[in-house]
Every structure is written in structure tokens, then in C-alpha cells.
Design a protein around this ligand. Structure first.
Ligand SMILES: [Zn+2]
Length: 277
């Protein structure tokens, strides 16, 4: 009897030890897996992205009636954008926009922002309700994309704008567009990390090559207009200044509102359809 009871105890002990071993092994496996997940660089990008996505969900619940599920405004909205300024023409662009009661977006270049004689009109732009975003310091393709100076240059330009206007913009327009310059995952990680947002365009007016041909600029814009939400690429050129009243009249006639960009209502608009940019 005594031996058989001892045997029973031994068997029970064995079973207990085996169960304990199994639990310990499971715990170690879980710790290993969790460690692997958090050390994965793609996973950490995903975490940043998730928190950005959560923020936009919060914003959506504040103004649900004004946005589509993808964050774009409801209704027909056109965003007029002007690159490469400030220039000697900025003042006249602002005059036309004021006269027409239209707001626009200026993507300005650092090397021009540094010219003190042009800074008064940069201030005027923000005072009159336009958005001033960044378009890099140098506009040089090789520097920005091949040498990965995109984020440092955009940061420098954005802080110049802040110094001049007191605003704190986060939106930038990549010189030559984001494709193929921002193909590299390395630069995109830097962009998301810096909290910078990217806008390409939906309509290229091709204005910069159409010297003395404002009618063709208007035609290009009309031909390109297909969607409820459009972003028109233009530049601070004299032919564009001449075309501008007709472009505004065209959109009014088609029932578009003129969009005023603000950082809190950002929606993604880039040639990669990357929702984190
Ligand atoms: Zn440009």
C-alpha cells in the first residue's frame, strides 16, 4: 500500500512538473514573439502610422458633416496652388485673389524666402487667409532625392516661414512632384517621423512653359477638371497671373468652392496613394 501511494505521489509530481514546464515554455515563446514584433522596423512605422490614423479618426468625429471617409471635403472644392515664390509678382497674385475673394496655397522656396524685400508679401499672404507651405530650400533634384536632403531642406524652409509669418505649417510640395523622387522608403520614414505632409496635384496647368499663352493655361485647367476635389498646380509667372481671373470664373461657374487648406484637416494627395504622407 505504502509503495503504491508513493508511486502515485511521484506520478502526480511528474505531471505537475511537466505542466509547469509547458507554462514556462509558453511564456518564453510569448516574450520572444513580442520582442521580435517591436524590434521590427516596419512594425514601428506601422505604430506611428496607426497613431496618425487614430488622430484623423478623432478629427472626423469632431466635424463628421464636412468630410468624406478618405478625409476629403464633401462637395465640389478646388485648391489653387502656386509654387516657387515668393517673387516680385506675389503682390499682384494677392491683389487678384483679394478682389475675387478667393483663398489659395503658396508653396514657397527657401532661397526666395531669404530675400528680405519679398518677405512683406509672405506675411500679407498669411494675413489674408492663404496657406504658405514649403517647397524646399534649393529646388535641386539631386540634392533633395539622390542625396536625401528632402527632410532637412523642408524643415529649414518651414521654420523660415514660421519666422516670417508666425504660422506653423506642415504641408510641403515636393519639387518635380513626389514621383519618382520619394520612391525610397528611407526618405518616407524620415518624412513621417518629422510630421511633414506632402501634396502633389490633380491638375498640371503646365503654366511655366506657356510664356505669353495664358489662354492655353486656362484650357489645360478646364480639360483637367474631372473630379469634385481638384488641386491645381500653378506657378508665380506673369502668364499665370493673366490666366487667373478666367480660371477662377470657370470654377465659380462649375459650382466649385475654393478650398482653404489647414493642417488639422489634412487629407493625403500624393502620386503613391500613400495615406501616411
Ligand atoms: Zn517648383
Amino acid at each position: 500500500m505504502k509503495t503504491s501511494r508513493n508511486n502515485n505521489v511521484k506520478i502526480r509530481m511528474k505531471k505537475k512538473r511537466r505542466r509547469l514546464g509547458l507554462i514556462v515554455a509558453t511564456v518564453f515563446l510569448m516574450i520572444f514573439l513580442i520582442g521580435k514584433l517591436t524590434s521590427d522596423p516596419e512594425e514601428s512605422i506601422h505604430q506611428v502610422a496607426t497613431s496618425v490614423a487614430e488622430q484623423s479618426i478623432i478629427q472626423e468625429t469632431i466635424q463628421p458633416e464636412k468630410k468624406r471617409p478618405d478625409g476629403r471635403p464633401i462637395g465640389k472644392v478646388v485648391y489653387l496652388t502656386f509654387d516657387d515664390g515668393p517673387s516680385i509678382l506675389t503682390n499682384q497674385f494677392l491683389d487678384v485673389l483679394k478682389e475675387q475673394d478667393v483663398k489659395a496655397i503658396f508653396f514657397m522656396q527657401g532661397s526666395n524666402l531669404q530675400k528680405t524685400n519679398l518677405q512683406e508679401n509672405v506675411k500679407r499672404a498669411t494675413k489674408e487667409g492663404h496657406y504658405v507651405g514649403a517647397h524646399s530650400m534649393t529646388h535641386i533634384y539631386k540634392r533633395l532625392y539622390d542625396n536625401e536632403q528632402f527632410v532637412p531642406e523642408m524643415n529649414e524652409t518651414l521654420s523660415l516661414i514660421q519666422d516670417i509669418t508666425g504660422t506653423n505649417p506642415k504641408l510641403v510640395r515636393p519639387p518635380y512632384g513626389s514621383k519618382p523622387g520619394l520612391e525610397s522608403e528611407q526618405i518616407r520614414i524620415q518624412i513621417v517621423g518629422a510630421g511633414i505632409k506632402i501634396w502633389d496635384w490633380t491638375i498640371d496647368s503646365n503654366d511655366w512653359v506657356l510664356k505669353d499663352n495664358p489662354n492655353q493655361i486656362v484650357e489645360n485647367v478646364k480639360k483637367g477638371t474631372k473630379n469634385d476635389v481638384e488641386v491645381v498646380l500653378m506657378h508665380e509667372k506673369s502668364q499665370t497671373l493673366q490666366a487667373l481671373p478666367e480660371i477662377i470664373a470657370f470654377y465659380r461657374e462649375k459650382g466649385y468652392e475654393f478650398g482653404v487648406y489647414n493642417d488639422a484637416d489634412h487629407f493625403s494627395l500624393n502620386f503613391y496613394q500613400d495615406k501616411y504622407l
